[in-house]
Design a protein around this ligand. Sequence first.
Ligand SMILES: Cc1cc2nc3c(=O)[nH]c(=O)nc-3n(C[C@H](O)[C@H](O)[C@H](O)COP(=O)(O)OP(=O)(O)OC[C@H]3O[C@@H](n4cnc5c(N)ncnc54)[C@H](O)[C@@H]3O)c2cc1C
Length: 409
Amino acid sequence: MEKYDLAVVGAGPAGSMAAYRAAKLGLKVLILEEHGQAGSPPHCAGKLSVKAFQEFSLPSQCILNEVRGALFHSPGNLEIEVSKSNPESYIIDRELFDRRLAEEAVNAGAEAVFKCKVKQVDFRPSGGLTVKGSSLEVKVPVLIIAEGGTRKLSRSLGFQRLPVLKGIQAEMEDVSLEREDFVEVFFGWKFSPGFFGWLIPTGEGKARIGLCLREDMAEMSPRAYLEKMLREYPPLKGKVAKARMERVYGGLIPVEGPVKRMWHPKGVMVVGDAAGHAKSTTGGGVLFGLKAGWLAGEAASRLAETGRVEEALRGYQQACLKAFGGELSFTKRARRFLNRLSDGDLDQFFRFLSAHRSLLEVAERRGDTAYQSKVWKPMLKASARLVLEKPSTLKFAGKMLWKILQSMV
Ligand SMILES: Cc1cc2nc3c(=O)[nH]c(=O)nc-3n(C[C@H](O)[C@H](O)[C@H](O)COP(=O)(O)OP(=O)(O)OC[C@H]3O[C@@H](n4cnc5c(N)ncnc54)[C@H](O)[C@@H]3O)c2cc1C
């Protein structure tokens, strides 16, 4: 049997990046992917910050559209526009993106076996692990689990449980769109409890329309909520009146991560959604998944060099926390704050922001979809200035501040 230095479960962005980095550093890497190819079936809206393309060498042929802002809709049909002077995100073909990343890993020297679902991992008494897949079994000194939101394998090894978002999305054609360089965000507890809905234009009158919901806050299936949103959401129903639904798919996003420990002392690292690396505010997980994959690949290489398992894997966790731990912690609190707002609070919030453009201008200047915590301090300062200039705003600002403080605990 072939000998490998590292096995990676899952050929999503996190797994392929981990395999790529480790192979580049000289390890013999095996990727095990349960589906016939990377990226299929899809489970993503494909909105990826321009920063991801600046930080990594990513396949630009996957870019379908560029967006430079968002239109936010409140439950009571109020609208706020936040726009940037330059494109801030790309809308990508996620299936092609994942395929290209997996190819890059293979070009770097990794081997990939598709249609191989990993069902069990055993720790060997003599050290290392036995990875049992549906079509093969392999013994390796270290394993990276990049299995995405299902988290079955990582949970079976004792990694922490996390709350989960259920997402669903329809690809639609002939959508009546006034502008294709803006995404739209739909708030309202009746339509997407614990989260929001979206419309993401992919060009030529096509759009991805979907929503997520917190499974512990929902009363119906994601499909039922999606149909309700398409039928009843005021700013959306007109846009889709003549649209055709091409396909519908969904997925799970673990939130409120990361897991407390992203590694197991017997030689396992969890990366990407398997480790709770998606932002709790937006569910976006590709960028931090790529970062975690890169860092896990490096840790596997360090382990191969030194043989010191705990030191290498602990180093992986520390590097992740340094790179994006603050962002995950900020987005967790921001999501808790948002989930404390009723539909009435949200309408009031929209009215307040519309009446005080100075706050929206801060969001436009300082907001960053990839690193959302950057906007927090400038926003707080601008709010304090506003209260000093206009004492009548104190009551609403105080109410919001109280909810923010409650979200901190
Ligand atoms: C509806 C929806 C919309 C989203 N929109 C966005 C967005 O716009 N932008 C963004 O950044 N993020 C978005 N996300 C989140 C994003 O999709 C994930 O954060 C990202 O895919 C995580 O990458 P990953 O590599 O960790 O996992 P995944 O991409 O889920 O990849 C995991 C891989 O592991 C394989 N696998 C699983 N179990 C096994 C097993 N036992 N054996 C072998 N293979 C296995 C799977 O087949 C899959 O290929 C969205 C998610 C959903 C559900």
